[in-house]
Design a protein around this ligand. Structure first.
Ligand code: GAL
Length: 401
């Protein structure tokens, strides 16, 4: 199929924030594939987990009329960029490669602006995971928690045994990642949808939300004093090295364990965050393409086709910790965490408990998300702030657009 689209070699400049061990290995696979097709890869990596820094840099590049060929842009932000009129139309590639047939409709819809493809998805990350070091748990005589109550009990045991129970990086997006998992576990998927997708004021101001906030705040005593500002992959390293027992993080964390040569089920455990085994918060990474001309535009189309090829979707996701966005992929090379994610993605889609991760730009307008994130971090960092005060702030944040 790609033959029909065979592009003249050109340069592709690709903006991403994949600079940690596992992330960089995954990104290198795309570079390799593009280079093997004769293209020149211009790496535009902006460090900073969650991508906040990358988005700031991207805005200034686009405003100055010099966009990259492609940038990692996700979820509703694709629509915001579409509104700016700067995205390229990828319909010809999508049609030749049958994207409508090989992508789940929920995913395809996110990649389109006004019915036209403007972005290509690379993966599906699950965000509501708990990562644990079984050796540490064994030494502490603790069990892997499946509820938030058990989480507290295990954390106490880990602490008594001299371990840091929860590895955390105090950055706004990581605070939001943890809170999102707690809120899903405490309130369930219907609560989650009403609060974070419909932004329903009644739900945001409910006693459930206060309970979710209090539960979230109760985890702080299980983190260490060096948590503020720590990068997420350094928090993962604490679990890998056996200094900490657990981390609540999306499955890009698995990329770190694997890059360190660790084996799932043996050296580390992946399990749904407490109370969330029947739900799935998804985070789909995708590359939106900017309007270009000449050979660069042709190379860009080849990039889009490469991203969606089964070979790329397999090798990229084996390194990244996520699962392919393409349907009907052979999962035999994936480990148990990947297989579990794939199974749960399908099951939760059927049971209507598959929900977009707001902490990772899948649910809200970027301005609303920013206001939510600020509130959650402020609450985490301010001991005098009550859950009730945080609820009021969230209710105001829901009106920001
Ligand atoms: C997420 C992104 C992932 C991941 C993570 C940490 O927002 O979707 O691909 O790498 O940030 O950088």
């Amino acid at each position: 199929m790609t033959v029909a689209l065979a592009a003249k070699a050109g340069e592709v400049e690709v903006l991403h924030w994949w600079t940690s061990g596992g992330e960089a290995k995954a990104a290198a696979e795309l570079k390799k594939m593009m280079q093997s097709k004769g293209h020149t890869w211009k790496d535009f990596a902006v460090a900073g987990g969650g991508g906040d820094n990358a988005m700031t840099v991207l805005k200034s590049r686009v405003v100055s009329g010099n966009p990259p060929a492609a940038a990692q842009i996700k979820g509703p932000a694709i629509q915001e960029w579409g509104d700016e009129g700067v995205l390229a139309n990828l319909d010809d590639v999508a049609q030749a490669e049958r994207w409508d047939q090989v992508l789940p409709k929920v995913v395809a819809d996110v990649m389109k602006y006004k019915g036209h493809y403007v972005a290509a998805p690379v993966n599906v990350h699950r965000v509501n995971w708990l990562w644990a070091n079984p050796e540490v748990f064994k030494k502490a005589g603790a069990k892997i928690p499946t509820t938030w109550k058990e989480f507290g009990e295990s954390a106490e045991k880990l602490q008594k045994a001299g371990f840091i129970p929860l590895a955390h990086g105090g950055q706004a997006w990581q605070d939001a990642t943890v809170f999102e998992a707690v809120a899903l576990g405490v309130g369930g998927p219907e609560f989650y949808k009403k609060a974070f997708i419909q932004l329903d004021q009644g739900t945001i101001k409910s006693a459930k939300m206060e309970e979710a906030l209090s539960t979230y705040k109760s985890l702080k005593k299980y983190t260490d004093k060096n948590a503020p500002g720590r990068d997420w992959n350094l928090a993962t390293a604490m679990v890998i090295q056996g200094k900490a027992g657990m981390q609540i993080m999306g499955d890009w964390a698995k990329g770190e364990f694997l890059a360190a040569g660790k084996v799932p089920g043996k050296d580390f455990i992946c399990t749904a965050a407490p109370g969330t085994s029947n739900a799935y918060t998804f985070n789909i990474d995708s590359f939106a393409m900017f309007k270009l001309t000449g050979d660069a535009a042709k190379a860009q189309k080849d990039l889009a086709a490469t991203i969606m090829s089964p070979a790329f979707q397999e090798v990229f996701n084996l390194n990244k910790g996520s699962i392919p966005a393409r349907l009907n992929m052979d999962m035999s090379k994936f480990d148990d965490c990947g297989k579990q994610s794939s199974k749960d993605f399908v099951a939760t889609a059927k049971s209507n408990t598959l929900v977009p991760s707001w902490a990772h730009g899948m649910a809200m307008h970027s301005a609303t998300q920013g206001a939510f994130q600020d509130t959650i971090s402020q609450f985490w960092n301010t001991d005098s702030m009550t859950a009730k005060q945080a609820v009021e702030k969230l209710a105001a944040a829901a009106k920001v657009q």
